[in-house]
Design a protein around this ligand. Structure first.
Ligand code: ADP
Length: 936
């Protein structure tokens, strides 16, 4: 059986024990409770019965004492004496009886009244009143006395009869001394009563008469009621017991029913229910089933009388509901049941938990032991609990640790042995490997002893010597490879043996091969030189390749020189300020350096009969010539000569590339000359035009001033004096003259851009802008324009012309505004080594097809009455920009405003900065800029 099952079964047995003990305790408790209730109920029944007997006995006693009192004695004696005097007592009584019964019930005759009001009757009433006061109820319904003849002698109320000697009670009282009648229910008074009848004797014991007192047994009921609700009656039970009082005939007196049907028959109570209990305390107990109340347990006590009073044979039944009196036992059983269930569940759960946890730990212990058994020693349990299993686990852990330590040292020993074995194998392997590597090496590897004799050679070395390796051993290397009898000069092996330092050199063997040889000294354990290693590599191929490369580099250098010559020529040609003659002079200087042997080369260019040469008068047979043609017509030649005979070559003194270069130079010079001729013609024509414009505008001013002056004079004098047509004509003449003056002025200004321009210098554009804005102040105010600008740079410019340029552009931007007030913004940024200015407006804009045209002189897009102007502003602007080496253009869309861009040169400092910033682009930047013209 598993431990877990055993532990669970143990917990279950413990729970079972609790159940057994609990149920036994319930049984014992029930028994004890029943005994206790029986005892208390028996005592209650007997005590109550005694009290009832005592109460009746007290009432009898009371009347016995009263009967001996003087008034009773005197009254009865007097009545007896009176009756003794009668001749026929019985007849007298019969007469009186008859008369008594004949009168209606409520009628009181004089005779009756005499009895009712006698002294004794009065005294009795007073006595009854006193009882009523003391007890709180009418203890006696009525009391009356008869004389010894049975006739009424005194009474508290009217009786039905006069004669009583025929009544049983009277006779029994006379015979027995005391007679207590059965209990009756008086419907008129609604009370239960019994008659207490007492014989009255004189002091001599002679019979005097009988007292009958109708005794209300409410007093007895009060005793029972008080006991049923008193604390002493509830001992051992939840609710008060049921009490039933029975007469000797089995009539139920208590609890009273208050009905006229008479007393209920309770004789069943008097049947012995349980014969098992003998009458120990004049009471026995029984069980019965009540339809309404269920199972009942009852105790019966019989009247035993008191002193000489023998009792009336009454019985008192005390009953409890079995459920009520056994309630504590039921509660006890319930509690024990609940506790038992709780304890069982908790015990089982605890047992289960405990058994599971124990079995887990033990299983882990078992598994770990199995793993240790398999050799897995590094599996600690790590159980830290303080119980026996924890202690056992720790001992187990210590054991495995010690075991593993022992095994570790054993393993270390084994490892070391294995390591050494491996190291030996590795060493052997490494040596074999090294030999294989050295054998596989293309280099010759030769091991020498201290006297430079061969000790070992690799396969490559033996192969090159044409012998087997072992045949070479003991020989000198210079004998084998140098085929000589003494060491080679600069032998690095010898030097390594002598100096103890590595040495290297290049050597050529008799077969013409070149070798790169290195010698390394070998040292013994004490540092002494024991030999040397020689390593020799055949570098014949490399040497040849190097020579080829040198030759190729030389050729490349030549080509570069040639191309540089062509490039330089093209640069010279690009400079517009250089004349055609100057180009030829510069070009001839480029010829000798472009040749293979510049020191002995000379150049000569002939063009239109003019000759330019580097070595005037020099003559040579080694020359190459190419013709210069312009427009298909030969105009000259390019000639290159060697002043000395150049080194011999298959191709003659000039290589094929050199001959092609001369042709190319001649061709390029032809193009350059053609272009220069055109440029010079254009420049001449422009100069003439400018000259003409200047002269015309300047010379026209004077006669125009005269015309204007006289026409204005005409206007002043004759306006309004001639007819209306004449006034109009004069007005047109004045207007035309004024416009012409403006046009001539503008033309003059245009022509003066080049003729009267100042030198270009560093110009602060901020200062220029301030002046421009001051000039435009009126226009700005009139149009409500906003003119803004970013910080502006310092540029290389003619300050006045730059101002005019900006003023023209900003003025236009303000002038050609749309519906909104003009907003103009100016900024400058660096692009391609220039400062690019931009003037942006929000005006009417320009259609794309007019973007070029607006820069031509006198070209306008608007009528004069729309926007004033002559159409020369942008032409002047263009001319100024071009004079500054820049470009001007516009970007615009109708209705979307325009932006005019123009470029000017930056200062030298900025150019230098930029070049250092863009070192990588230096070559190209220089190539583009030294030509003098701006890019783009
Ligand atoms: P002007 O202004 O005296 O007519 P310009 O040479 O300055 O002469 O300008 C030529 C033409 O270009 C103008 O007639 C105008 O139609 C157009 N133009 C110049 N600047 C602007 C501008 N900022 N916005 C719109 N059109 C312009």
């Amino acid at each position: 059986m598993k431990l877990a099952h055993k532990l669970t079964a143990g917990a279950f047995l413990a729970a079972l024990l609790i159940w057994v003990v609990g149920l036994y305790a319930v049984a014992i408790g029930r028994r004890a409770l029943e005994d206790s209730i029986e005892h208390s109920s028996t005592m209650l029944a007997a005590n109550l019965m005694n009290e009832v007997d005592r109460a009746i006995h007290a009432a009898i006693d009371d009347w016995l004492i009263y009967s001996a009192g003087p008034l009773v004695q005197r009254t009865l004696k007097a009545s007896n004496q009176e009756f003794e005097k009668l001749q026929d007592v019985q007849a007298h009584i019969d007469r009186q009886e008859e008369h008594w019964r004949s009168v209606p019930k409520e009628t009181v005759t004089a005779f009756m009244k005499s009895l009712l009001t006698s002294e004794l009757s009065e005294a009795l009433r007073i006595r009854l009143d006193a009882f009523e006061r003391d007890e709180g109820y009418m203890a006696y319904g009525e009391v009356f006395l008869t004389n010894r003849y049975g006739a009424n002698a005194a009474q508290t109320g009217k009786t039905t009869d006069y004669r009583q000697d025929d009544e049983q009670w009277w006779q029994r009282a006379r015979e027995d001394g005391v007679y207590v009648a059965d209990v009756q229910y008086d419907e008129s008074a609604a009370v239960y009563s019994t008659d207490i009848c007492v014989r009255v004797d004189d002091e001599n014991g002679d019979f005097l008469g009988v007292i009958k007192a109708v005794f209300d047994i409410e007093g007895i009921f009060a005793i029972l009621r008080s006991r049923t609700s008193g604390p002493q009656c509830r001992a051992g039970s939840r609710s008060p017991p049921n009490l039933t009082l029975l007469t000797a005939e089995g009539k139920v007196i208590f609890p009273p029913h208050g009905s006229s049907v008479g007393l209920l028959n309770g004789s069943s109570f008097l049947q012995p229910h349980d014969h098992s209990h003998p009458r120990r305390v004049h009471a026995d107990h029984f069980h019965r089933h009540d339809e309404r109340l269920g199972e009942m347990i009852g105790w019966r006590a019989l009247s035993r009388g008191h002193d000489e009073f023998k009792g009336l044979g009454w019985a008192l039944i005390v009953e409890h509901r079995a459920e009520d009196i056994l309630a504590p036992v039921a509660a006890l059983r319930r509690n024990i049941l609940m506790i038992s269930v709780g304890v069982t569940v908790a015990g089982l759960a605890l047992g289960l938990w405990f058994s599971i946890s124990m079995s887990r730990r033990i299983t882990r212990l078992r598994n770990t032991a199995l793993r240790v058994g398999r050799g897995e020693l590094n599996t600690p349990l790590g159980d830290k609990t303080a119980d026996e299993i924890g202690e056992f686990s720790r001992c187990f852990d210590r054991m495995t640790q010690q075991l593993s330590e022992t095994l570790v040292s054993k393993t270390l020993l084994e490892d070391e042995v294995a390591d050494r074995t491996r190291a030996g194998e590795a060493l052997r392997h490494s040596e074999t490997e090294k030999r294989a590597i050295l054998d596989a090496a293309l280099e010759h590897v030769i091991l020498h002893d201290a006297s430079q004799r061969v000790v070992w050679v690799n396969e490559s070395a033996a192969e090159s010597a044409g012998m087997r390796g072992d045949e070479l051993i003991g020989k000198h290397c210079y004998e084998i490879w140098g085929q000589r009898h003494d060491p080679c000069p600069d032998c690095p092996v010898l030097k390594a043996l002598e100096t103890g330092q590595p040495h290297e050199c290049e050597q050529t063997t008799p077969d013409g091969r070149v070798w790169f040889v290195r010698g390394y000294p070998l040292r013994g354990p004490d540092g002494e030189i024991t030999g040397a290693v020689e390593m020799a590599r055949d570098i014949s191929e490399r040497k040849r390749a190097e020579e080829k490369l040198t030759a190729a580099n030389h050729i490349l250098g030549e080509r570069v020189k040639e191309l540089s010559g062509l490039y330089e020529l093209s640069r010279i040609a690009e400079r517009p300020e250089i004349s055609a003659r100057q180009v030829l002079r510069d070009a001839v200087a480029l010829l000798p350096p472009a040749w293979q042997y510049p020191d002995i080369a000379c150049g000569r260019i002939r063009f239109d009969g003019e000759v330019f040469e580097t070595h005037p008068g020099a003559k040579s047979p080694w020359c190459q010539t190419a013709a210069i043609r312009v427009g298909g017509q030969e105009r000259g030649s390019v000639k290159v000569c060697y002043l000395e005979e150049p080194p011999e070559s298959d191709e003659g003194p000039f290589l094929k590339e050199e001959r092609a270069l001369i042709d190319a130079l001649a061709g390029q010079l032809g193009h350059i000359m053609q272009r220069k001729a055109a440029e010079e013609a254009l420049a001449r024509s422009n100069a003439e035009l400018e000259q003409f414009a200047q002269v015309a505008s300047h010379d026209l001013q004077e006669p125009l001033r005269m015309v204007t002056g006289y026409v204005k004079m005409l206007e002043r004098r004759y306006k309004g004096q001639l007819d209306a047509d004449a006034d109009d004509f004069i007005h047109f003449a004045v207007d035309g003259a004024q416009r012409m003056a403006v046009l001539i002025n503008d033309l003059l200004a245009y022509s003066r851009v080049t003729t009267r321009g100042k030198d270009l210098a560093a110009t602060d554009c901020e200062a220029v802008m301030d002046g421009v804005l001051a000039n435009l102040e009126v226009a700005v105010t009139e149009t409500g324009a906003t003119v803004t600008h970013d910080p502006l740079p310092t540029v290389v410019a003619d300050e006045v012309q730059l101002g005019r340029l900006l003023q023209n552009l900003i003025g236009n931007a303000i002038k050609y505004h749309g519906e909104e007030p003009p907003r103009v913004h100016i900024w400058a940024e660096r692009t391609d080594g220039m400062w690019q200015f931009a003037v942006r407006d929000n005006g009417v804009g320009i259609e794309p097809q007019y973007h070029e045209r607006i820069f031509a002189i006198f070209k306008r897009l608007h009528a004069r009455d729309e926007y004033k102007g002559t159409g020369i502003g942008l032409a002047i602007a263009k001319k100024i920009v071009e004079r500054h080496g820049g470009r001007i253009r516009v970007e615009s869309q109708p209705g979307k405003g325009s932006t005019f861009y123009f470029t000017v040169q930056q200062t030298e400092a900025e150019t230098d900065d930029e070049s250092s910033d863009h070192a990588a682009d230096e070559v190209y930047a220089n190539a583009g800029q030294t030509g003098g013209g701006p890019p783009g």
